[in-house]
Design a protein around this ligand. Structure first.
Ligand code: CAA
Length: 260
């Protein structure tokens, strides 16, 4: 797996993906988005035994400081539509990914960077993490799902205030407001994210994939989330892993899930 702006490391079913543009605080330029699309739409699907992805940023200062502002020059309404739709498509692919994706946020997660972290299933922050949607400072609104997912995580009132003031929040406030689920000392965020994924990797893979799909259905206007849960529950009932899990419980032993 070779990319212009991503580094990858694959061990024991966990893929660590590092966005690698530290001089630009890992800003999401077109190439980086294209790399992320290739990774999540194609390359990661071919990895044998993949059980989770950690997404992080290179350098000491940033997860991702937003869309790359140097590429905004000459952007017109048509270009804006294309840019936002492209970001939405990639971020939905991440949100709907079949294995959990954990953002390990060790610095600025601003604009498109906060939106990328929010498209992940879980966010682990270091004590130097900073979250915000400062687009109004540029005369913009968020274009990669920020107006929707921020409301989902922190509620309408707090989201509207952050979106309109462009205020940034630190890791402890992000934890308090439910945007992050863990705060760890700076430098330990990838390790913590990996530990969470290793815990999840012990569970039945199909049940994990269906959990992600069922929770996403809660925020999908096209489907009834409760109906989706019924359908997805039935799909887990027909798996070998369900038989193994229930049998192992009765036999008082650890289940040996095969992902079938
Ligand atoms: N795009 C391009 N380059 C960026 C960038 C971005 N989003 N953020 C930082 N950089 C670059 C800076 O231009 C600078 O480059 P040079 O060294 O070549 O000058 C380098 O990264 C380091 O940044 P600073 O010197 O500014 O570092 P700082 O510590 O003084 O400030 C910061 C850090 C507060 C994050 C500041 O860089 C900043 O405000 N960045 C912009 C954040 C932002 O507005 N993000 C939203 C972008 S719009 C968006 O994302 C739209 C969307 O929803 C899709």
């Amino acid at each position: 797996m070779e990319y212009t702006n991503l580094l990858t490391e694959y061990n024991d079913g966990i893929l660590v993906v590092t966005i690698n543009r530290p001089k630009a605080l890992n800003a999401l330029n077109k190439q980086t988005l294209s790399d992320l699309r290739d990774l999540f739409e194609k390359d990661a699907l071919r990895l044998e035994g993949l059980r989770g992805v950690v997404l992080t940023g290179a350098g000491e200062k940033a997860f991702v400081a937003g869309a790359d502002i140097t590429e905004f020059n000459g952007l017109d309404a048509q270009g804006g539509l294309h840019m936002a739709q492209n970001g939405h498509d990639i971020f939905f692919t991440i949100e709907r990914f079949h294995v959990p994706v954990v953002a390990a946020v060790g610095g600025y997660a601003l604009g498109g960077g906060c939106e990328l972290a929010m498209a992940c299933h879980i966010r682990v922050a270091s004590d130097k993490a900073v979250f915000g949607q400062p687009e109004v400072n540029l005369g913009l609104i968020p274009g990669y799902g920020g107006t929707q997912r921020l409301v989902q995580y922190i509620g309408k009132g707090r989201a509207l205030e952050l979106l309109m003031t462009a205020d940034m929040i630190d890791a402890s406030k992000a934890l308090d407001w439910g945007l992050a689920t863990h705060v760890v000392p700076h430098g330990e965020e990838v390790e913590k994210a990996t530990a969470i994924l290793k815990k999840i990797a012990k569970k039945a893979p199909i049940a994990i994939a269906k959990t992600i799909a069922a929770v996403n259905a809660c925020f999908d206007n096209e489907v009834d989330g409760f109906n989706q849960e019924v359908l997805l529950f039935a799909q887990t009932v027909k798996t070998d892993d369900f038989k193994e899990g229930a049998t192992a419980f009765i036999e008082k032993r650890k289940a040996d899930f095969k992902g079938k």
